[in-house]
Design a protein around this ligand. Structure first.
Ligand code: ATP
Ligand code: MG
Length: 323
């Protein structure tokens, strides 16, 4: 059984990406044949400058490895090392109704946040369908925001299979951990690279602390009771034990416990949780040759599978180009 997923290197990765996606990749790596990539073609939809894209791509691969993705168990690669994804995306776009894309929540959310949509952002789910279907993936571990994109992937696969009257594509299932499905950002909205509301676990301590301290709260005075289900406790719950979470909630309810106190406890937990990964990342940063080798090996393996699938698709649709 195959598990596949990707993250866009559209900014530095954050604890939402970790809990929604990377942690699942790692937890599944003994059970599934894993394919995990960096969706750099997808990242182009936000038109990053080329230096940032390069930097974010290498930074994200270090994040994957530092968090415990094991290249001996899973295939790690860059999407742009497998151009067949874009070829398949073009072919799939022809069985994708515009109406399906117009209903995209993620697309609509981004537009409502003032992001100017280009065609790439609009057709993002078609490329994502290609990413998934090209490897005959069985499951796709993701955060909840991607649920609809998986439904679209199945719709597109069904349309293709029906039109060509052949079971070319397997229908994949999303794998979402309900408890970690949507990690809130410092403003309470979904934590997203593109919403600039992130907490990045690999920042130097001072900057990390600054991010945690900027979590948005109301202005209830220190001595007064506060809503125990605030943004700080929600984030703290990702790291703390049941007892610790209850203790923090009680503190907020009782008063004389300020948001600053809660943020400091959260900051300490984040540092403690990620300490071994932060150390490993530093080691990897000094060993980029090793990282390059992993990407090269991953690209070869992924491309071998993807090109076979695309040959089958080309034949199925009647393209006569020689490849
Ligand atoms: P962008 O703002 O550029 O879309 P993003 O932060 O949403 O970036 P993606 O690359 O789109 O990150 O998503 C990568 C993976 O991380 C997906 O599986 C997605 O579901 C998951 N993910 C992203 N944000 C969260 C979050 N706040 N909580 C849980 N999972 C998340
Ligand atoms: Mg996203």
């Amino acid at each position: 059984m195959r598990s596949l997923s990707g993250i866009q290197p559209s900014g530095i990765l954050h604890i939402g990406n970790y809990f929604g996606a990377i942690k699942q990749f790692i937890d599944l790596q003994d059970e599934y044949e894993g394919f995990y990539f960096l969706a750099d073609f997808h990242a182009l939809t936000s038109l990053p400058d080329s230096e940032s894209l390069k930097h974010n791509t290498m930074s994200a691969i270090l994040d994957y490895l530092a968090c415990g993705l094991d290249p001996e168990k899973s295939t790690l690669f860059l999407q742009s090392d497998v151009p067949e994804h874009t070829e398949l995306s073009w072919i799939l776009s022809n069985v994708t109704p515009i109406g399906l894309l117009e209903r995209g929540h993620s697309y609509k959310d981004k537009v409502s946040k003032g992001i100017k949509p280009n065609t790439g952002l609009f057709t993002y789910p078609v490329l994502m369908a290609a990413d998934i279907l090209i490897y005959d993936s069985d499951i796709v571990p993701v955060g909840k925001d991607q649920k609809q994109h998986l439904e679209m992937t199945r719709d597109i696969a069904i349309k293709f299979n029906e039109h060509y009257n052949k079971e070319v594509f397997k229908l994949p299932e999303e794998k979402i951990l309900e408890t970690l499905a949507v990690v809130p950002g410092i403003d309470g909205e979904k934590m997203s690279k593109s919403y600039k509301n992130i907490i990045n676990m690999f920042l130097p301590e001072k900057e990390l602390k600054k991010q945690v301290m900027s979590i948005v709260t109301d202005s209830t005075p220190l001595e007064e009771p506060k809503n125990p289900d605030n943004n700080i406790t929600k984030l703290y719950s990702l790291f703390a034990s049941k007892e610790e979470i209850q203790a923090m909630k009680d503190n907020f309810t009782n008063g004389n416990y300020g948001y600053g106190h809660g943020k400091t406890e959260l900051y300490n937990k984040i540092l403690e949780y990620f300490a071994p990964y932060r150390k490993k990342r530093e080691e990897l940063e000094n060993n980029m040759d090793y990282v390059e080798k992993i990407l090269k090996k991953g690209a070869e393996k992924a491309r071998d599978i993807a090109s076979k699938k695309v040959s089958e698709v080309r034949k199925t649709v009647g393209l006569m180009g020689r490849n």
